[in-house]
Design a protein around this ligand. Structure first.
Ligand SMILES: Nc1ncnc2c1ncn2[C@@H]1O[C@H](COP(=O)(O)OP(=O)(O)OP(=O)(O)O)[C@@H](O)[C@H]1O
Ligand SMILES: [Mg+2]
Length: 341
């Protein structure tokens, strides 16, 4: 692809004998904001470390802006890295923290001042330049870490769970901030999170990883609405996931006919709780649990298909625990999965 900026080619990454990432292929365009999403241990940090040059690939290739950087040392790659613990220098001011890397590169005088000032301003900290990290909130420190990386004008900026130790409100603010800085500067960004909401809100594209490989790559809309595998479906909230066997729902001990034919190629079907129709349909379930969640009510049903999660408007008549209900899993609403596992 001609507009590929960063390319990972059959990248395999290992710690000694432990393979953490296997045969990973990924193409990223210039200026894209890509989120790596996935459960703990799936290889997100490992992938970032290899792009930054902190981990040598066991095999495969990394190209950036037309150059093979697989064997280039970390300090020559022009890749910025912001980790969850952002380790600012506590004895230096915000200004000096941001200036540090530029000074190492031999930049000084007016040039240095222009860059540092602009960078501090871009993260909204202009009036904090002479403070030390200990005199800043967690979110402000995080922004210093961001400015410190941005000022180096990296070709790619890698952010490994940069928001994970912020409280909910600050996270939202920083999310918006990150998005703004990224759009303003056009820097290519890869952002690691295990928070799917964060990934959906921020990213141009999402890469869902599992067990050292890629499960699915797509826009937030694609990942959210068209998961391709059982894992991604469950991960984005399709809590009722079934394999198909010759067009029938496969449960642990039976094959169940659906109310309409399943799509030919589908290996599985998945429904969000709110896609389940309660009160009519060919199936029967017993209410095992129910909970009120503001504008909706959630039900957990015991059914011959296994447990089913359903969600209806809180205004609907409620069903007591122990009552038996008809329900349907409407095929038209389901996400067809091209891979069950
Ligand atoms: N230094 C190391 N030595 C040996 N194995 C490691 C090392 N670092 C990570 N691993 C292993 O590699 C795999 C991938 O780890 P990685 O840190 O990339 O996961 P992650 O997706 O970033 O997870 P998390 O969401 O918990 O940060 C895990 O199985 C982990 O145990
Ligand atoms: Mg990690």
């Amino acid at each position: 692809m001609s507009d590929t900026y960063l390319q990972l080619d059959k990248l395999t990454l290992a710690y000694g004998d432990t393979v953490a990432v296997k045969d990973l292929d990924l193409s990223i365009k210039k200026g894209e904001l890509v989120a790596l999403l996935g459960p703990s241990g799936c290889g997100k940090t490992t992938t970032m470390r290899s792009i930054a040059g902190l981990l040598n690939p066991a095999s495969g290739r990394i190209t950036l802006d037309g150059a093979d950087i697989t064997r280039i040392s970390a300090n020559k790659r022009n890749v910025g890295l912001v980790f969850q613990s952002y380790a600012l220098f506590p004895h230096l001011t915000v200004y000096e923290n941001v200036a540090f890397g530029l000074r190492l590169k031999g930049i000084s005088g007016q040039d240095l001042d222009n860059k540092v000032t602009a960078s501090i301003k871009s993260v909204g900290l202009a009036s904090f330049a002479s403070r030390k990290p200990g005199e800043l909130s967690g979110g402000q420190q995080q922004r210093v870490a961001l400015a410190r990386s941005m000022v180096m004008e990296p070709k790619v900026l890698l952010l490994d769970e940069p928001l994970s130790n912020l409280d909910a409100r600050l996270r939202l603010e920083m999310r918006a901030e990150l998005q703004r800085v990224q759009k303003e500067t056009g820097v290519t960004m890869i952002f690691v999170t295990h928070d799917q909401i964060e990934a959906l809100a921020l990213a141009d594209r999402i890469v869902v990883m599992l067990n050292g490989g890629i499960e699915q790559i797509g826009t937030p809309e694609e990942i959210y609405n068209k998961p391709v595998s059982a894992f991604v479906a469950d991960f984005v909230g399709f809590e009722n996931v079934f394999a198909l066997d010759n067009g029938k729902l496969a449960t642990s001990n039976s094959r169940v006919e659906l109310s309409a034919p399943a799509p030919q190629a589908a290996k599985g079907l998945a429904w969000r709780p709110r896609m389940v129709i309660l009160g009519s349909g060919p199936f029967q379930g017993t209410v095992r649990g129910t909970s009120f969640a503001g504008n909706v009510r959630e039900y957990l049903l015991d059914t011959p298909l296994g447990p089913i999660k359903a969600e209806v408007d809180a205004g609907e008549p409620s069903h007591a625990i122990g009552s038996t209900l008809a329900f349907d899993l409407p095929v038209a609403a389901a996400a067809p999965l091209s891979r069950y596992r």
